[in-house]
Ligand binder design. Sequence first.
Ligand SMILES: Nc1ncnc2c1ncn2[C@@H]1O[C@H](COP(=O)(O)OP(=O)(O)O)[C@@H](O)[C@H]1O
Ligand SMILES: [Mg+2]
Length: 274
Amino acid sequence: MSGATGTNPATGTAGTTEARASVPMVDAVSVSKSFGSNEVLKSITLRVQRGEVMCVIGPSGSGKSTFLRCINHLESVDAGRLYVDGDLIGYRQKGDRLYELKASEAAQQRRDIGMVFQHFNLFPHMTALENVIEAPIRVNGMSKQAAVARGTELLARVGLGQQASHYPSQLSGGQQQRVAIARALAMDPKLMLFDEPTSALDPELVGDVLDVMRELATSGMTMVVVTHEMGFAREVGDSLVFMDGGVIVEAGTPRDVLGNPQHERTKAFLSKVL
Ligand SMILES: Nc1ncnc2c1ncn2[C@@H]1O[C@H](COP(=O)(O)OP(=O)(O)O)[C@@H](O)[C@H]1O
Ligand SMILES: [Mg+2]
């Protein structure tokens, strides 16, 4: 995307690498979103720095998934701005007005943003390896040989080197989720979004998925993780955001938010989940 269409006026980002290194990876500025009369996000402002792991917690219905989906423009926003790596997401600004990007342009922006869902969403008729190489070949035009080499490497990285030729139905939920993570990584994303990636898993399968996410965090990936895994949030998260009713009630280090919550709503929520 060219700088002219997407420059963040707040940071004055030019399109150069040096200028980008100083902008946040995610910059949400007063983002609001309603479904009909239901105001789901109420002026959300937050920043995620490069290499940061931000965990997001909050009760069901508080707007966590909607916020993640706005970051890669799976949902449009009603007000505010969202920038990823300095690029305005989903819109082009002309003067004071915003114009929504065409679907193909939004898809282009989305290529750099990996997303992992609660329900893996693998292609059932494709093997683990085929799932991982599909987008690099079809979307990025990578050669099959290069995609297979990279896909094989990524499956090994998530602990599935032996399962490359297995179909999703032959894999456990935890293994399927690790394939989904490998599939997202195959597009070389600069940002990874996780929406309750372990919520659908049997308890004994959660650890292997969290291990993969921990390794990814250690490698320097910028991550926004909606999760109920407080241990993971405390250990791996650089920051923690508590959302309730479409607002950020409290944000800070995991140690502070979990150990010394300032708001009654945070205390009430934590007393139920800790
Ligand atoms: N596509 C949609 N259409 C209408 N309402 C929606 C849609 N997606 C989410 N909502 C509503 O938005 C609110 C927040 O949902 P969601 O972002 O999924 O919350 P969370 O992920 O925190 O559980 C809920 O009231 C939900 O019913
Ligand atoms: Mg959700």
